[in-house]
Design a protein around this ligand. Structure first.
Ligand code: HOZ
Length: 447
């Protein structure tokens, strides 16, 4: 256990007596549950879906993380996406240190905000203007408000199993933790707010057309994960993406691509570049913050100009554009622009998914996997799911067993069957081979 973790634990132990515990993870979890609801600050981290004790991490380096017992894991969560260059990349750490030495925050404009805004607009052609915020939730929440302000309409459309952060109107039939715990619609969301959200089936172009035929003139925006990554990974059908663009244009609705997960993850131009779809608004987070809290939304100039102080749609934030977070983002965005970065990432992700699939096949286990750029999905199923319903019919218990066996073998996968996985440029071919060998050993004894 690190000195810091030890200090925290000693502090907690002033109030709580824990007997006969051998795992420091368990000790920390027991103590945490006394002062943090569920012992965690974000629900999926509690391991409720897979069972067992969550790991408390003390450090990370490259493709590896170490838990409170000092056990090393090959990490396929990468802080849920941001660690695209691996943990503690020296360039990112140096940029953060330099920025911190100049001031942790001003609540006033800085030149680095201009630099990252300009870079985002250059890298993503659909961004004519961009505003920085601190989290993906803030980005999506504000993009929705902006679309409503711009169109003067109230209704929004989302897709079952897609997760766009935890603002009220978006926590309706949501993915990620909401799905993991079987409560895809949160209590505390007023029915009147939820009623303004129409939920459709992901990848169902005909359903989308029908909804627009019925109420197209009420719809302010359609928000979608261009690759769904919060109900495991579901890749978009090309006709679905094309229909999204067509109906939004036809009916004057704002198409919001939620690229918090896919932005700078599936390609340098995100999913919009990967699939060739032009959104009206885009939300970004994760990679663009390099592991620190930076996120953004942006898009068409005529829409973005509706934002205060130019327009009447309000949004603000003390930490928006925080210089230390922006420095981490800029350093990370510099790394991903290096020649061959995404080819390497894609190769590692493919090596992993193909290797795991081949291992399972050897023992006749119904398992498949796929990747898009640097993100991947694993499914205990005969076929790769293309819809929410198909994801739900995968064998969740098999995933949970696999998850724990991999954890024992030193491989850290997302602790839920409903989350995508991530590789980084720090993962070597040898790391992936080690992961596949661990899975092979597990599958060889699978009953
Ligand atoms: N919403 C994240 C998974 N898609 C989980 C975030 C976290 O627990 O850090």
């Amino acid at each position: 256990m690190s000195e810091h973790a030890r200090r925290v634990f000693r502090l907690q132990n002033k109030f709580i007596k824990v007997f006969n515990m051998t795992s420091h993870n368990q000790e920390l979890f027991d103590a945490s549950q006394q002062v943090i609801p569920g012992g965690v600050n974000s629900p999926v981290r509690a391991f409720r879906s897979v069972g067992g004790t969550p790991l408390f991490f003390q450090r990370g380096r490259g493709a590896y993380v170490w838990d409170a017992d000092d056990k090393r894991y090959i990490d396929y969560v990468g802080s849920w996406g941001p660690m695209i260059a691996g943990h503690c990349h020296p360039d990112v750490v140096k940029a953060v240190q330099d920025a911190a030495a100049n001031g942790l925050g001003f609540g006033a404009p800085t030149a680095s905000e201009l630099e990252i805004a300009g870079l985002l607009c250059r890298l993503l052609p659909s961004l004519e203007m961009v505003r920085l915020v601190s989290s993906g939730t803030e980005a999506t929440m504000t993009a929705i408000r902006l679309a409503r302000g711009f169109t003067g309409r109230s209704r929004i459309v989302k897709f079952e199993g897609c997760y766009h952060g935890h603002s009220d109107g978006l926590l309706v039939k949501a993915g990620s933790g909401a799905l993991t715990f079987g409560q895809p619609s949160s209590s505390g969301v007023p029915a009147e707010i939820a009623a303004l959200t129409t939920v459709l089936d992901y990848n169902d172009a005909a359903g989308l057309e029908r909804a627009f035929a019925e109420m197209g003139d009420e719809i302010a925006a359609v928000i979608v994960e261009p690759v769904a990554g919060n109900m495991n990974l579901v890749a978009p059908r090309p006709e679905f993406l094309a229909a999204l663009r067509q109906v939004c244009t036809r009916h004057g609705a704002v198409l919001i691509l939620d690229e918090v997960m896919t932005g700078f993850r599936v390609s340098l131009q995100g999913a919009q570049g990967y699939y060739g779809i032009k959104p009206d608004l885009v939300t970004l987070g994760k990679v663009m913050g390099g592991g620190l809290p930076a996120a953004a939304f942006g898009g068409r100039r005529d829409i973005m100009q509706c934002l205060a102080p130019m327009g009447s749609v309000y949004q603000a934030g003390t930490l928006s554009g925080n210089p230390v977070a922006v420095a981490a983002g800029l350093a990370t965005l510099k790394l991903v622009q290096q020649e061959g970065f995404y080819e390497y990432l894609e190769q590692r992700a493919k090596q992993l998914t193909e290797g795991l699939t081949a291992a399972a096949e050897k023992y006749g286990i119904p398992f498949c996997a796929q990747s898009v750029g640097g993100m991947f999905g694993l499914y205990f199923s005969d076929a790769i799911p293309t819809s929410y319903a198909e994801v739900m019919s995968c064998d969740k218990e098999a995933f949970n067993r696999f998850f724990h066996a991999m954890l024992d073998a030193g491989v850290y996968l997302a602790p839920s069957a409903f989350e995508a996985g991530f590789v980084s440029s720090a993962h070597t071919a040898a790391d992936i081979d080690e992961t596949i060998a661990a899975a092979d050993a597990i599958f060889s004894g699978w009953k």
